[in-house]
Design a protein around this ligand. Structure first.
Ligand SMILES: *[C@@H]1O[C@H](CO)[C@@H](O)[C@H](O)[C@H]1NC(C)=O
Length: 214
């Protein structure tokens, strides 16, 4: 997307001809509507002073319109897929409990966790992501930190209270995972995912209440 925006910006500067250098798949994100409006504005401005310039802008509009039509016909513009509904509800299923008291030793916001995880599609159990792919290095994360945005939204609530050595399965409805966009090519639109977590270890950094003396 970023490369496309840069290309579009360059094209705006030098005119439509440079847009020919764009890769076919990039055209899906090209803003034809805006570019045609911009050229139309230029054509209008030049009408009073320079008909050749106006005609050049109108030719550009025609070329853009032809290109727009072609990429739609070629199926390069994807339609939104409707949400099939019937999503799994968010839930936490502790499959391997420990004897730790989650209220005392469970992970809280601010703690630094190292977790192994396996994410699989609710639909067919196909594994879509796992920490075991990268030489079994556990994923490090800080609950409640900005960097949690790099993970599906269900991870933060799903990992609250997890104890060292515990295993749990967090059911993530699509809206708390990858939503409408999915994560091509592994996760399709609106896909629900089960994440199986095991907490390898963690560092307590979150604010825990001090025990109160009575
Ligand atoms: C929790 O997960 C286990 C293992 O996958 C499964 O057998 C069990 O039915 C689940 N329990 C609930 C309440 O979903």
């Amino acid at each position: 997307m970023k490369a496309v925006s840069v290309l579009v910006a360059v094209c705006l500067a030098v005119g439509v001809s440079c847009a020919k250098d764009m890769k076919e798949e990039d055209w899906e994100h090209f803003d034809f509507d805006m570019e045609i409006k911009r050229k139309a504005g230029q054509a209008k401005i030049n009408l009073k002073t320079d008909h050749d310039a106006s005609l050049k802008y109108i030719d550009d509009i025609l070329n853009l319109a032809i290109k727009w039509k072609r990429i739609i016909k070629d199926g390069l513009v994807k339609k939104d897929i409707p949400d099939p509904g019937n999503h799994i509800p968010f839930s936490i299923n502790i499959t391997e409990p420990t004897d730790c008291d989650p209220a005392v030793d469970g992970a809280i916001m601010g703690d630094i966790l190292r977790v192994h995880y396996v994410g699989s599609l609710a639909l067919d159990e196909k594994v879509v992501d796992t920490s075991f792919k990268t030489g079994s290095v556990p994923q490090k994360l800080i609950l409640g930190s900005q960097s949690m945005k790099n993970f599906p939204a269900c991870w933060e609530p799903g990992l609250q209270g997890i104890c060292k050595g515990e295993r749990r399965i967090v059911a993530c409805p699509s809206e708390l995972a990858f939503g409408k966009e999915g994560m091509p090519p592994f996760v399709g639109p609106y896909a629900d995912i089960y994440y199986s977590f095991s907490l390898v270890d963690y560092t307590q950094r979150g604010m825990r209440n001090m025990p109160t003396e009575l």
